[in-house]
Design a protein. Structure first.
Length: 203
């Protein structure tokens, strides 16, 4: 197996990016990138910490990542599993990245920068949904952002409804939990109660 160990080896294989790959990079939220953020209901949040890397799915109503100004994004931390992997990492290492997806669109938006976690009550109140405020808000300073071309989405045929996987062939969360805990957690009851629990605890 041939292992690539230097940048020079990589460049010998791939060459260098063309103008379309470099001129699109911005150090702020430009008007076109604002539209992409405001239309996105989903983003993957990447963080790093002493234990390693983490990538967490984040979703809400379109525009859930608020553009405070051209250098600042704000994202509420909605209810979840309380593992706080992303938040633990940000507290110790501020480097973060976001990958925005827009249903039906080929292009994605990548944002790199630094973040901190805020529990300011007045800020939390501005993110109230269904009468509930998030416990914290991730405040991100943008260092660079750029759109990613559609090749990955096209190759995956991601938005084609005919390519959707039948959930019945996938293991359920209850089944996975039961297997991992030798039956102590999860099971059919967990799956049966999940829809109502999700409805009551969405925000």
């Amino acid at each position: 197996m041939s292992v690539i160990e230097t940048i020079e080896q990589l460049e010998a294989i791939y060459g260098f990016p063309n103008d379309a790959s470099t001129v699109k990079v911005a150090a702020r939220v430009t008007p076109p990138y604002r539209v992409l953020i405001e239309q996105s209901p989903f983003a993957a949040l990447a963080t790093c910490g002493p234990e390693g890397l983490d990538c967490s799915p984040r979703g809400d109503l379109a525009g859930f990542v608020r553009i405070h100004d051209e250098k600042t994004l704000m994202m509420p931390d909605r209810r979840g599993n309380n593992r706080c992997d992303s938040l633990r990492n940000i507290v110790r290492d501020p480097r973060v990245a976001l990958l925005f997806l827009i249903p039906g669109a080929g292009s994605t938006l990548r944002v790199n920068g630094r973040a901190h976690v805020s529990a300011e009550p007045n800020l939390l109140a501005t993110f109230k949904m269904d009468g509930k405020t998030p416990r914290t808000v991730i405040v991100m300073t943008v260092e660079e952002m750029y759109f990613q071309c559609a090749r990955a989405i096209v190759r995956a045929d991601l938005w084609n409804p005919d390519r959707r996987v039948d959930p019945k062939i996938l293991p359920t969360p209850g089944q996975i939990l039961a297997e991992m805990s030798e039956g102590a957690v999860g099971g059919e009851q967990y799956d049966r109660e999940w829809p109502d629990r999700a409805r009551r605890t969405m925000w």
